[in-house]
Design a protein around this ligand. Structure first.
Ligand code: GRF
Length: 204
């Protein structure tokens, strides 16, 4: 089974997926390409280190989001993926892209959705005085950060937290959980039926 990972930055979640390949359970498939919208994304270096083909598709070369996304669809399809994993890909995807890959497109978002869709989630959790924060892994639909949730995990918010300490605590869990969800999907245990994620035949 084939996975394409889309990134824009550091790629620590990509690294977690890369590292999962070497564990006893494995990832359940191959990462066949890493695609970034930014040429300087550190995750591209991680892909090279792991001998995974890396590609850059810069939005600057395209007149509109729609044009960009049509090329992105084409680029992704070159690799014939079973699953497309968004791992810190910081662009909103057009309906054309989302519909094209419906049911095989997942994202990780650093908040307890439906709380804090969009950016600056750690700051917003701190500003709201939440004592709990976390992450969500979800299928991607046309609604930004609104697709059906597969798995969530919480972390405590400590009194002396700032954005970066809280982000670090969330990321530790991201790196544990994203490979698990990817493995579920690649092993055929996880699917999207209608608008409902189903794991081992049970609605989540
Ligand atoms: C993660 O926190 C993820 O939840 C969000 O973007 C961040 C990406 O981090 N979507 P990295 O590039 O995987 O290190």
């Amino acid at each position: 089974r084939r996975v394409v990972v889309l990134i824009s930055g550091n790629g620590s979640n990509l690294q977690a997926l890369i590292d999962a390949r070497g564990t006893e359970e494995g990832l359940g498939g191959d990462i066949v390409a890493v695609i970034s919208d930014k040429a300087d994304a550190y995750g591209l270096e991680r892909a090279r280190q792991a001998d995974i083909p890396d590609r850059v598709l810069s939005p600057r070369e395209f007149p509109s989001r729609e044009e960009y996304d049509l090329h992105l669809i084409r680029l992704v399809e070159e690799y014939e993926p079973d699953l497309i994993v968004l791992a810190g890909f910081m662009r909103i995807l057009s309906p054309a892209f989302v519909l094209r890959f419906h049911g095989r497109l997942i994202n990780i978002h650093p908040s307890l959705l439906p709380k804090y869709k969009g950016l600056h989630t750690h700051r917003r959790a701190l500003e709201a005085g939440d004592n709990e924060h976390g992450l969500s892994i979800h299928f991607v639909t046309e609604e930004l950060d609104g697709g059906p949730v597969i798995l969530q995990a919480t972390v405590p918010v400590e009194l002396d937290d700032d954005e970066s300490s809280l982000a670090r605590r969330v990321q530790v869990k991201e790196h544990l959980l994203y490979p698990i969800v990817v493995r579920w999907f690649l092993q055929g245990r996880l699917q999207l039926l209608g608008n409902h994620p189903v794991l081992d035949g049970q609605p989540l």
